[in-house]
Design a protein around this ligand. Structure first.
Ligand code: SAM
Length: 217
């Protein structure tokens, strides 16, 4: 799509070859999802021209749409397939949920800021994605009525992983979550081995907005 002189198709190709496949993203389902979903639909008009730079961008309410490489990395780490039920904590713009929805059977994404949840829901509806549900609420509680999940992706940083999320994971399922404080965060993959036994691997330094524990408006 060309808009204001920007060739978004060419920009998207560049993002895929240089910043995703050109780095370490190998899962063809993830690359295909990143190819399919129009990131420009999830950023404000002000940032349309920047939709395919590999960087987080501001959205409303002082929040951000995550960097494409990090979105791809988190989804790849989650190892989901077309049978998967996935929970995302931190819907933000809805972009991450849209990527997950290309691969998984069913995606639930929780956002604590009502205005962002409404916007994300509208964009997803406009794009015709029918397997994604955006919920306004506190994601630290998970979404008990739709649990268990094959994977949970948390897109805000926390010093500890909430028990509710661990409990809502199937055995063998994983939580992908940035763990740390404002100064230093690491991307963690926690795989549930048994009732209360988890295997933990780390996947590099990241920077996310904080996971907060109460809802707004
Ligand atoms: N996945 C998003 C996207 O694709 O645009 C990026 C999300 S942004 C980095 C993190 C989001 O987490 C913010 O929108 C923030 O409001 C939300 N958030 C923070 N704490 C939360 C909580 N307890 N429950 C739900 N959402 C939360």
């Amino acid at each position: 799509m060309a808009h204001s002189g920007i060739d978004t198709a060419a920009e998207k190709r560049r993002m895929l070859t240089r910043h995703l496949a050109g780095r370490d993203i190998r899962d063809s389902r993830v690359l295909q999802a990143m190819q399919t979903v129009p990131r420009e639909a999830f950023v404000g008009a002000l940032y349309f021209a920047d939709a395919y730079i590999d960087a987080p961008l501001p959205i409303d309410e002082g929040q951000t749409i995550s960097q494409p490489y990090i979105v791809a990395k988190m989804v790849e780490l989650a190892e989901i397939d077309h049978h998967a039920r996935v929970l995302e904590v931190g819907a933000g713009s809805g972009y991450g949920a849209a990527i997950l929805g290309q691969i998984a059977a069913q995606v639930f994404s929780i956002e604590r800021i009502a205005h962002l949840a409404t916007n994300a829901r509208q964009v997803i509806q406009k794009l015709g994605y029918t397997n994604i549900t955006i919920v306004h609420g506190d994601g630290t509680q998970g979404l008990m009525e739709h649990a268990p999940f094959d994977a949970i992706i948390v897109t805000a940083a926390t010093s500890f992983v909430p028990d509710a999320l661990k409990e809502q994971l199937v055995f063998g399922g994983s939580i992908i979550v940035p763990v740390g404080d404002d100064d230093f965060q690491q991307l963690i993959k926690l795989t549930r081995m048994d009732v209360d036994s988890f295997e933990r691997t780390t996947h590099g330094a990241v920077r996310f907005v904080p996971l907060l524990r109460e809802c707004e408006g």
